[in-house]
Design a protein around this ligand. Structure first.
Ligand code: MSP
Length: 635
């Protein structure tokens, strides 16, 4: 027997509820899983959650609960959503599951014994917000973005994985396996990254306690990515290794295409066959994020039906590329393709069979005209091309083909005018041909769309009069000339047309006072206690902004001329996403006046403005009353 098809999604962090980005990855995986089942394969589809790390630890502390309790709470949002959406994963893995903890410790120990993991001291910069060591180049980039305050000097003992030893082996592997990463342009990025040189990877932390303890050295916990990637091993049922397809977003491709294969090489295990990196759903040009307040939650879209959401995701996104999301575009797509397109064609066809043939499906007469034959040939070709595209994970292309065909059938109906054929008994055969062709097209469509829209496909299957489960059909063997059942089933609308304006106002109304904005405070821990003298060294002054302009090529930085009473200064501040330059002019601000000058994107900034924010939101400038004059000391 052939090996089961093993398919994975990334495991999701538990610092947020699912949004449409996470939902997209899981839908894509579910569509692929259902497709492979319809090829007659046994499929294992794994998804789950990534629960360890500093962010979860802190968020839990802020709420006064344990990290595990926080994770349990968030995980329920995922498991509940996947259940409502009918996802067909065989296991929902959590990195806190006992078998996973044991797996991570076992492999850590094995690689340690083998010499692929070693203990040493790291000395250098660390980014608190990314929970990662920072190279000099990265530090410069952060400085240029005005984010250098997130960096701290660190000297700590850590376990390293000998990633550098795998550089050549990885490149050779890439060379020999041109399908290892898809799409190709992403594979090229990965290759360039590896060619640029690999440094050993720190895979333990002593500053975090919420994690899997390093076996035998428990003041260390295993770093989140070493822990997280191994979920694919823990969750793999016997006989299914290696993964056939691993879905990831473009942002986490490097972890999957470089670190992960290197870990597997070290462990002496087979590599996944393909890692498929998809792009992002964007809001306008922006990434979706809680701090920007532009996150779309799946429940907003699920009001139009689960299948509709699945269809939209697969039809609109070309795997690998980014795509802008808009609610309007979403509704337009469903109206055009499901209400008007397939829905209309179905109700037209079936009601004609009902009216003209009393619900009996006519056989194809021996004679048919050229137009009908051309549509038959095209239909037969699609039965082959659709599964071929889908095998290459090009579902968007497959749906394109099918919907072009369906649109063509609308034209065919207009051309044949069955309502006129029905009036003339001499044209009975010609009408049979039209009705039979349209019926076959709908039957075939039901099979082909089943992985994407399982419920709608079953509905269509029953409406055309076929018995049993459409998902039990072999999708690669949809014969066009299948025998015809006697009668059609009960006709009912496949998809209700969406009243766009009404829905828009309802959705906007519901979201108006930010229904989504369950306030979460995400702030760093309280810093160490200092005495008054230490504080008094900081010279804080009232200033007034005289001029302000954006720093070219930066959406964050604003260059200001600030009056400090005793002198004027140039200050560059990272507040450009929260304030427009024109709103700053005339404003009173608090300035750290004795901070050593430093260069930001080539401009010398002398001082810093005080602003309040948490890790998620935009900064608010600290305000002083208008009668406080420039130069006043703040103490
Ligand atoms: N926990 C890690 C993955 C570990 S895998 C061993 C992680 N989690 S995540 O929750 O932040 O992201 C999970 C997936 O969601 C990623 O593949 C990411 O690309 C995807 N998406 C997050 N936002 C997205 C969009 N706006 N659009 C599409 N997918 C995006 O990273």
């Amino acid at each position: 027997m052939s090996k089961p098809f093993y398919l994975t999604t990334p495991i999701y962090y538990v610092n947020d509820r699912p949004h449409i980005g996470h939902t997209y990855t899981t839908v894509l995986a579910d569509v692929i899983a259902r497709f492979h089942r319809m090829l007659g394969e046994e499929v294992y589809f794994l998804t789950g959650t990534d629960e360890h790390g500093q962010k979860v630890e802190k968020a839990a502390a802020a709420r006064g609960i344990t990290p595990k309790a926080l994770a349990d709470e968030v995980v329920a949002n995922y498991t509940d959503l996947w259940q409502r959406m009918g996802m067909t994963h065989f296991r929902f893995i959590r990195t806190t599951d006992a078998d996973h903890v044991a797996q991570v410790q076992r492999l850590f120990k094995r690689l340690l014994d083998k010499g692929d993991i070693y203990k040493a001291t790291y000395k250098g910069l660390y980014s608190v917000s990314d929970e990662a060591y920072v190279t000099e180049t990265q530090a410069k980039e952060l400085q240029a973005q005005g984010l250098a305050h997130q960096l701290v000097e660190l000297e700590e003992e850590t376990y390293f994985f000998k990633l550098s030893a795998y550089q050549d082996r990885l490149l050779k592997y890439f060379e020999e396996h041109p399908d290892f990463v898809q799409p190709e342009f992403r594979f090229n990025e990965v290759k360039r990254f590896v060619e640029g040189g690999l440094q050993d990877l720190s895979i333990s932390r002593t500053s975090i306690s919420w994690g899997i303890p390093v076996p035998g050295d428990e003041k260390h916990v295993v770093y989140v990515w070493f822990d997280a990637l191994l979920n694919y091993l823990t969750g793999c049922p016997g006989g299914a290794w290696p993964p056939d397809l691993q879905l990831v977003g473009k942002d986490i491709l490097r972890f999957h295409a470089v670190y992960w294969p290197a870990f597997l090489m070290a462990a002496g295990m087979f590599q996944p066959k393909t890692i498929l990196a998809h792009g992002w759903w964007l809001m306008g040009e922006d990434k979706m994020s809680k701090s920007k307040g532009n996150v779309v939650r799946p429940d907003t879209l699920l009001r139009f039906g689960n299948d509709a959401l699945r269809f939209f995701f697969i039809r609109d996104m070309q795997v690998g590329h980014d795509r802008g999301f808009s609610l309007e575009g979403f509704m337009d797509r469903l109206n055009a393709d499901l209400a008007n397109g397939l829905g209309n064609l179905t109700s037209r066809t079936l009601s004609m069979i009902q009216r003209y043939r009393d619900g009996h499906i006519p056989a194809m007469p021996a004679f048919r005209d050229g137009a009908t034959r051309a549509k038959e040939d095209l239909g037969r070709a699609i039965c082959v091309q659709f599964p071929e595209s889908a095998r290459l994970n090009n579902f968007n292309g497959a749906l394109d083909l099918l919907w072009d065909y369906l649109r063509g059938l609308d034209g065919y109906i207009v051309e044949k005018q069955p309502w006129n054929l029905a009036k003339d008994p001499a044209k009975a055969e010609e009408l049979d041909a039209v009705l039979h062709l349209l019926w076959q097209a709908l039957r075939v469509t039901a099979v082909l769309i089943a992985p994407v829209m399982p419920a709608m496909a079953q509905d269509l299957w029953s409406q055309v009069g076929m018995g049993g489960e459409v998902s039990a059909q072999r999708i690669d063997q949809v014969a066009w000339d299948a025998p015809v059942p006697e009668r059609i089933g009960t006709i009912q609308p496949l998809f209700q047309r969406i009243d766009k304006e009404k829905e828009m106002s309802e959705i906007e109304g519901a979201n108006a006072p930010a229904a989504d904005a369950k306030p979460v405070l995400d702030v760093p821990e309280l810093r160490e206690t200092i005495d008054y003298d230490t504080f008094a060294k900081t010279d804080l002054r009232v200033g007034q902004v005289l001029e302000a302009e954006r720093v070219p090529k930066s959406d964050k930085l604003i260059k200001m001329r600030v009056d400090l009473g005793f002198e004027q200064r140039t200050i560059v501040g990272g507040i450009g996403k929260a304030y427009a330059p024109e709103d700053l002019v005339g404003r009173r601000v608090v300035v750290v006046a004795n901070l050593a000058p430093r260069k930001l994107m080539g401009i010398e900034s002398h001082g810093m403005l005080l602003a309040a924010s948490d890790n998620l939101g935009l900064p608010y400038l600290v305000a002083v009353p208008d009668d406080a004059r420039p130069g006043f000391l703040v103490k």
